[in-house]
Design a protein around this ligand. Structure first.
Ligand SMILES: Cc1cc2nc3c(=O)[nH]c(=O)nc-3n(C[C@H](O)[C@H](O)[C@H](O)COP(=O)(O)OP(=O)(O)OC[C@H]3O[C@@H](n4cnc5c(N)ncnc54)[C@H](O)[C@@H]3O)c2cc1C
Length: 389
C-alpha cells in the first residue's frame, strides 16, 4: 500500500493530525506500540466506570476553536475540577481560595486572609534576610520562594510535602523558579482551572479518540512498534520511508521520543515518571467523596488518590480508586513529564537541529516536541501543524 502519511502514535496529537490530513484527502496509516489507541488519555471501562489508566485527565481550555473541535467527537459533561487536600487529619479545598483560608485560620473575609498571608510572608522574608545579613530579599531555593509568597502555614501544610514528593527532593534543594507564583483566589471558588470551557467526555476519552480516527482515509494498527515496522538504515529510518512488509510513505509524523528516534546520539532527555496502583472496590460505593484528593504530607508516599467514577457522576455499585506515586524515570519506564530545565531544553534544541537535516519527518506531541502539553495545547499544536502541510 502507498500512504501519504505514517503517523507514529495514536495519542491525541497523532489522532488529530491524522484526522486533519484524512479530511484533506490524504491516506494515513496510524500505528501505536500499545495495544490500544488514545495514548496517555486512554480510559478503560470496568464495572461501568471509565478508568483513567495513565493518570486523571480533565479537559479544560480557553481556546474556543479547540473546544468546538473536541465537541465534534464527544459530548462533554459539566465536571469542574475541585480537588481537596488532606494534611494529617485536616482537609482543605484547592486551589488556595477563601474556603482554604477560612478553614485554616477560621476567618471569613478576603481582607482577613490577605492580612494573615502578608504578615506571615513578611515575617519569613525578614527572618531569611537577617540570616543572610541582607536587606534585599532574593529566594535561593523553592522553600524561600514559597515562604515569601504564602507564609508558613500554607507552605508547611499544602506546599512542602507535596512538592518534595513530586520532585523526590527537599524544597531547600529545589530551584526557586519552579514556583514563580502561588495562585491564590480571594473568592469562595473551588474551580481549579480558570479556563472558559471544562469537562470530561461522556463515555470516556478512548471513545472520543476512536471517533477522531474514524475516517475512510485512516487505517489504524495497534501493537506495532515503529522500530520493528520501518526499514532502517543505520540508526535512522531508510528513505524513502518503507515498512518491512512493503508499505510506502511520503512523510512520517512521529509522536514518540525524539532522542530515541535519533538513537540517543546526542544524549538522553530526562523525564519524571509515575507509578499507579489501582484497586477495584466492588463493595464500596463512594470511597472518598471526590474525584481527586491530594495528600500533602511527605510521610504519605502517594501524592493523589483518584476515584474515577466521580468524573462522570457515577451512581452504580462499586468503585475504582488509583493511588498515584511520583517516580524517578529510567529507560523503559513510562516517560510522563518532560523535565523542561535548561540542560534538557538545550539538548532538545540540538535534536531539533538534527531533525531539520533529516527531511520528510515531523515531530509532534509531548514526546516528539519534549514539552509539557495539556490536552488542549496538543489539539491546538496538531491542528496548526496539519494546517501547514
Ligand atoms: C499524569 C498526567 C495527568 C495529566 N492530566 C491532564 C489534565 O488533567 N488535563 C490536560 O489537559 N492534560 C493532562 N495531561 C497531559 C496529557 O496527557 C497530554 O497532553 C496528552 O496525552 C499528550 O498527547 P500526545 O499524543 O502528545 O502523547 P501520548 O498520549 O503519549 O501519545 C504518544 C503515543 O505514541 C506511542 N509511541 C511512542 N513511541 C512509539 C513507537 N516507537 N512506536 C509506536 N508507537 C509509539 C505511545 O505508545 C503513545 O500512545 C496529563 C499528563 C499526565 C502525565
Amino acid at each position: 500500500m502507498k500512504y501519504d502519511y505514517l503517523v507514529v502514535g495514536a495519542g491525541l496529537f497523532g489522532a488529530v493530525f491524522a484526522r486533519e490530513m484524512a479530511t484533506a484527502g490524504k491516506k494515513v496509516l496510524v500505528i501505536d506500540k500499545r495495544d490500544h489507541v488514545a495514548g496517555n488519555i486512554y480510559t478503560e471501562n470496568r464495572m461501568d466506570i471509565n478508568v483513567h489508566k495513565y493518570g486523571a485527565h480533565i479537559f479544560h481550555t480557553s481556546d474556543k476553536e479547540v473546544w468546538e473541535y473536541v465537541c465534534r467527537f464527544a459530548e462533554f459533561n459539566n465536571y469542574i475540577n475541585s480537588p481537596v487536600a488532606v494534611y494529617k487529619d485536616e482537609l482543605y479545598n484547592l486551589p488556595f481560595n477563601m474556603n482554604t483560608f477560612s478553614k485554616m485560620w477560621n476567618i471569613r473575609t478576603p481582607e482577613d486572609a490577605k492580612k494573615i498571608i502578608k504578615e506571615q510572608a513578611d515575617k519569613e522574608i525578614e527572618r531569611i534576610n537577617s540570616e543572610k545579613g541582607t536587606d534585599t530579599f532574593s529566594a535561593d531555593n523553592l522553600e524561600e520562594q514559597a515562604l515569601s509568597l504564602a507564609g508558613r502555614d500554607i507552605y508547611e501544610k499544602l506546599v512542602k510535602g507535596y512538592t518534595e514528593k513530586q520532585w523526590g527532593r527537599d524544597c531547600k534543594e529545589l530551584p526557586a523558579f519552579i514556583i514563580k507564583r502561588l495562585p491564590m483566589r480571594f473568592i469562595y471558588d473551588n474551580n481549579y482551572f480558570n479556563d472558559r470551557f471544562q469537562g470530561i467526555p461522556m463515555g470516556g476519552y478512548t471513545a472520543m479518540v476512536e471517533r477522531i480516527l474514524d475516517d475512510a482515509n485512516i487505517t489504524v494498527k495497534t501493537g506495532v512498534d515503529f522500530y520493528d515496522f520501518i526499514k532502517m538504515e543505520g540508526s535512522v529510518p531508510a528513505k524513502p520511508f518503507e515498512s518491512v512488509s512493503g508499505d510506502e510513505f511520503e512523510k512520517v509524523l512521529f509522536t514518540g521520543m525524539i532522542d530515541e528516534f535519533f538513537g540517543y546520539k546526542l544524549g538522553t532527555l530526562e523525564y519524571r515518571s509515575l507509578k499507579f496502583e489501582t484497586k477495584d472496590l466492588p463493595d464500596v460505593d463512594n470511597f472518598q467523596g471526590n474525584a481527586v484528593v491530594n495528600y500533602t504530607e511527605r510521610e504519605v508516599p502517594y501524592t493523589r488518590v483518584i476515584e474515577h467514577k466521580h468524573f462522570e457522576y457515577g451512581q452504580g455499585k462499586g468503585t475504582i480508586v488509583t493511588y498515584e506515586y511520583p517516580a524517578t524515570w529510567k529507560h523503559g519506564d513510562e516517560p510522563y513529564y518532560p523535565m523542561n530545565d535548561e540542560k534538557n531544553n538545550s539538548l532538545y534544541a540540538k535534536y531539533t537541529e538534527m531533525a531539520k537535516e533529516y527531511s520528510g519527518i515531523l515531530f509532534g506531541g509531548r514526546l516528539g516536541q519534549y514539552k509539557y502539553y495539556n490536552m488542549d495545547q496538543v489539539v491546538r499544536a496538531a491542528l496548526d501543524m496539519a494546517a501547514e502541510q
